[in-house]
Design a protein around this ligand. Sequence first.
Ligand code: NI
Length: 174
Amino acid sequence: MTIKTILTEPNKILRQISKPVENVGKEEQVLMKDMLETMYHAKGIGLAAIQVGVPKRIIVLDISKEENKKSPMFFVNPVIKNKNLKLSTYEEGCLSVPNQFAEIDRPSECIVEYLDFNGEKKILKTKGLLATCIQHEMDHLEGILFIDYLSKLKKSMIIKKLSKQKDKVDRIVV
Ligand code: NI
């Protein structure tokens, strides 16, 4: 398994709309394993393929917080079938928006249809943290980041901060 580089905002690739996967084959399974490894390494609980630069509709999640009880989930071509009107609020962060957090409201329950790691069609009723995570990750597939839900001012402040951090990281003298 390979740990991949996670792209961070601002980056145009993160704004791409990801394409549906036609067939869950070896290549996709290797990608999913790499994504999972990358996510664990970065101490995240969810990752979309576009965050490692691959515009495919693939998500990995693991919301089990215990270190020794991993329970990875894989979602290929996920579609939300039904959303609850009731909202729940979590303070969200994102591996592509490092060190920034904000309270975001999302439907508290949703039903997701998807293909699993083996390409089998599944349907899952989710609520709470899992529902929020899936919706956050599915936004990535549309090129949407959680900061897009904030006010223009808040969002531009965050992007400015991230750009500055990036400048620092990229600047080398050799
Ligand atoms: Ni994210």
